[in-house]
Design a protein around this ligand. Structure first.
Ligand SMILES: Nc1ncnc2c1ncn2[C@@H]1O[C@H](COP(=O)(O)OP(=O)(O)OP(=O)(O)O)[C@@H](O)[C@H]1O
Ligand SMILES: [Mg+2]
Length: 827
């Protein structure tokens, strides 16, 4: 029934059945309405047309105000040359223009406008009011327009322009856009979308005209702050920063190229060669038969990647779209950006007007280039070379700083980034070799892609089918994704880090030999783990609950045994429930000083390696920290002494340690700085042994430090399961226990005992002659083992880092992965 319905409709329109097939001339109003609908498709088109008129009028300041996304009101104010009063009558008529005289002028047109159609179109779909004043005029004139002709400003008044106050320049108000096209109006949806499109157009002009001294502002009616504002005299870079933010601006590469100066004269040198290469046999002298262009712009390096594509192209100052040029850039970036990542590109081309056809689209958004293939090839190459140069310098930095592990370099890195640096360089070396273009480059990257697929198939990976435009990088990362068991959200590679502590550390780069042989547990000879007599509940701790003794570990792990500690809080770990005010106060102190920012870093760190005696590297998220591990250990053991006050187990010493002898040994060392007034070492040692013997009961009860009747040290606390402090620290410990503890006040006493204990437990074994020093760090192997296998794993759960560690730079951020992206990407 459909054709019959159409027939009925046509009859109804034509009046009688005989009139149906007759050709009639459409009413001018109908013609204009149809044309207007094509030229002005949405508010942003109207804005673009009016901005271009302002620029054609030589304006240096353009302000746009919108209401309801431009559908209720669009107002453009400029400071251009204005419109003559006598022209006001026909300014909005179709095909009236001041910019074109004869058809030949089209070939060399340099103004945006030439059809005399834009304003006319707007008046057919909106209520337009123009107020304009020329420099030589005493006042401004205002007129209202509808359907291309002036209408009275007020009902019953004259339609002639009315004098009024106003600045030099033109203000055009467009109200109720599409008031007579309800279907289109309904299709627009949210007003904010239309406003965003307007902002987008103005942003592009603001960037392009920044260095030509034109300032742009765009804001919503009634809102104090502007959505776009570029002041006069700012540079293109500054405009990009103002409009799009510093994250884009920071990563910009500026480029220039072409064989023509922007003013149209031939350019000598490198740029000339590029175009020359692109057009192969042709020469610049043959100006009419070869590509001539000048290119300037900014594009982001591979650090920047956005979900939204921003490609701004101006050709002879005209904002246009060119699928071919965009494709050429996309092709280069596909190799270096993550999948679905887009760069920011701003490209301004100057082409001889005779090489450009601007009259191919009703909104002028498309243009035809005479030498399109040559142009895209040249631009492709410029983009590629600039990115390549930017990459090269950073690749060099990586090579000079980090020794690269062979396995990682030759297989893993290439598996993930087959299209990065080297291949990009390799590919461009090929492209320099012969007459090429995006077409060839496309083939080239496809072949890379297929080889990438082959490689991944060889490795047993799934090779998902790729879209035709995806590059080697995209295909590799897709196949990597295919391997993942779950569909992971897209991750910025700059934020992709090692999270498994068992992964590689610095060792392969530093260690001369790591044979994994068990070393003798020196202290094990004199020290056995003895369980605490009772826990907080008064129940004796079962021997089975204890961590394995060093001997047991050695037995279990055989040849490869090393000391180790838990990376998680052991289930047997309990905190004191002592009700002493002094202990409560000390515990509260630990709480108060805990630094929330450091907690995560310490708990979730990944150990990187021991750097030297006092320093290690750890990684947390994307940051690398230099840590003074002794400081952290001291704090941890102090906290453990307080948090396990009265309930910690003990390490029984066998044979026992003669306090007097040990203290004498310490005092004999010049580092003890014993003053003659303190007495002889003998006297002092006796005194200290007496004192410790006297305090032994209390020390034993709370800290498991027991000195017997024979002045022998019998036990010390078992602060951390599986860890025995180095016996090297014992002489000093005994001396300091007597000399530095404040025995008169309870809180100070407990605090100082815990501090002295922490010094002992944070003492690394001194290198013995027989021991191998770790190459690169000069640390004794035992010390190295303690730090990496005991201290750092324990820091994760036993240390509550205080802000003091930050103040003393004990945990110092030294690098951030985002900044070293290039370096890590290729590791
Ligand atoms: N802001 C302005 N300042 C000064 N003159 C203007 C301004 N806007 C429009 N005009 C004048 O009005 C005329 C008509 O403008 P309109 O945009 O309709 O046509 P055009 O710019 O000549 O061609 P096109 O339809 O291709 O844009 C222009 O030729 C120009 O002389
Ligand atoms: Mg115009």
């Amino acid at each position: 029934d459909a054709p019959r319905l159409v027939q009925t409709q046509r009859v109804a329109m034509a009046g009688t059945a005989e009139d149906v097939d007759r050709i009639i001339r459409l009413d001018e109003a109908v013609v204009n309405r149809i044309a207007a609908g094509e030229v002005i498709q949405r508010p942003a088109n109207a804005v673009k047309e009016m901005i271009e008129n302002s620029l054609d009028a030589g304006a240096t300041q353009v302000s746009v105000t919108t209401q309801k996304g431009g559908l209720k009101l669009l107002q453009i104010q400029d400071n251009g040359h204005g419109i003559r009063r006598e022209d006001m009558a026909i300014v909005c008529e179709r095909f009236t223009t001041s910019k074109l005289r004869k058809v030949d002028d089209l070939k060399t047109i340099r103004t945006f406008g030439f059809r005399g159609e834009a304003l006319a179109s707007i008046t057919h779909v909106a209520h337009v009011t123009i107020t304009s004043r020329r420099k030589d005029s005493e006042c401004a004139y205002k007129a209202r327009y509808a359907d291309g002709v002036p209408v009275p400003l007020k009902p019953g008044g004259t339609s002639a322009p009315q004098p009024c106050a106003g600045n030099v320049g033109t203000q055009i108000q467009v109200a109720d856009l599409f008031y007579n096209m309800p279907t289109r109006l309904r299709a627009f949806g949210k007003a904010s979308d239309q406003h965003n499109r307007i902002v987008d157009v103005i942003t592009k002009y603001a960037i392009h005209y920044a260095d030509q001294g034109v300032s742009f502002t765009c804001k919503k009616h009634g809102q104090p702050s502007a959505d776009v504002h570029t002041p006069r005299g700012c540079t293109t870079r500054q405009a990009i920063r103002l409009a799009l933010g510093p994250s884009v601006e920071r990563e910009l590469l500026e480029f220039r190229g072409g064989n023509m100066e922007p003013d149209g004269t031939a350019r000598a040198g490198k740029g000339a060669k590029e175009a020359d290469d692109a057009t192969s046999e042709s020469s610049i002298a043959e100006t009419d038969t070869s590509l001539r262009y000048s290119a300037h712009g900014f594009f982001t390096n591979s650090n920047f990647s956005s979900k939204k594509s921003s490609f701004i192209l101006f050709v002879n100052n005209r904002l246009v779209e060119s699928a071919a040029i965009k494709r050429a850039f996309d092709e280069v970036y596909a190799e270096i950006l993550p999948k679905h990542g887009h760069p920011f590109v701003y490209l301004a081309l100057q082409i001889p007007p005779e090489h450009l056809d601007v009259n191919v689209h009703p909104t002028k958004k498309e243009v035809n280039f005479l030498y399109q293939d040559e142009l895209t090839t040249a631009l492709y190459r410029i983009c590629r070379e600039h990115l390549e140069n930017a990459n090269e310098s950073r690749t060099f930095l990586m090579q000079s700083l980090l020794p690269v592990n062979k396995a990682t370099k030759s297989s893993d890195a290439r598996k993930v980034y087959p299209g990065s640096a080297e291949e990009l360089r390799g590919a461009s070396a090929t492209s320099r070799g012969g007459g090429d273009g995006p077409a060839e480059a496309l083939t080239e990257s496809r072949s890379q892609k297929s080889s990438g697929r082959k490689r991944s198939r060889e490795e047993g990976a799934l090779a998902p089918s790729q879209g035709a435009s995806t590059s080697a990088l995209a295909s590799a990362s897709a196949s990597a994704k295919a391997k993942a068991p779950t569909k992971a959200a897209f991750k910025d590679p700059r934020k992709m880090i090692r999270t498994d502590a068992t992964l590689q550390t610095l060792d392969p780069y530093l260690l001369s030999r790591r044979d994994g042989k068990a070393r003798p547990f020196d202290f094990a000879r004199v020290c056995n783990h003895i369980n605490c007599d009772c826990d907080e509940n008064g129940n004796p701790d079962g021997a089975s609950k204890r961590a394995a003794s060093p001997a047991k570990i050695a037995e279990q792990l055989g040849e490869n045994a090393t000391k180790f500690a838990m990376t998680k809080r052991p289930s047997t770990f309990r905190e004191t429930d002592c009700r002493y005010d002094s202990i409560r106060a000390l515990l509260a102190d630990i709480d108060v000083h805990e630094d929330p920012k450091l907690v995560d870093t310490v708990q979730k760190h990944v150990f990187v390696g021991v750097a030297e005696e006092r320093y290690s590297f750890i990684q947390f998220r994307t940051k690398l920290y230099l840590v003074q591990h002794v400081d952290l250990a001291r704090e941890m053991f102090y906290q453990l002494a307080i948090r396990r006050f009265g309930i910690m187990g003990k390490l029984e010493l066998e044979p026992r340690v003669n306090v007097k002898e040990f203290v004498k040994h310490f005092l004999a060392d010049p580092s003890s700085r014993l003053a003659p007034s303190d007495g002889t070492p003998e006297e002092l040692a006796t005194e200290i042994a007496e004192l410790l013997r006297e305090k032994s009961e209390m020390l034993d009860e709370y800290f498991r430090i027991r000195v017997n009747e024979e002045y022998e040290l019998e036990s010390i606390p078992d602060l951390l399961e599986g860890y025995e402090p180095s016996p090297d620290g014992l002489p000093e410990f005994l001396y300091r226990l007597a000399a530095e503890v404040d025995w008169t006040r309870e809180q100070e006493c407990f605090e100082s005992v815990a501090k002295v204990l922490s010094e002992l437990y944070a003492t690394l074994p001194a290198p013995s002659e027989a021991q191998e020093l770790v190459k690169g760090t000069g640390v004794a192997e035992d010390a190295d083992q303690t730090v990496r296998n005991i201290w750092f794993p324990s820091f994760r759960w036993a240390l509550r880092p205080s802000s003091e560690l930050r103040r003393t730079s004990s945990i110092l951020e030294v690098a951030s992965l985002e900044r070293l992206y290039y370096v890590f990407e290729r590791c």
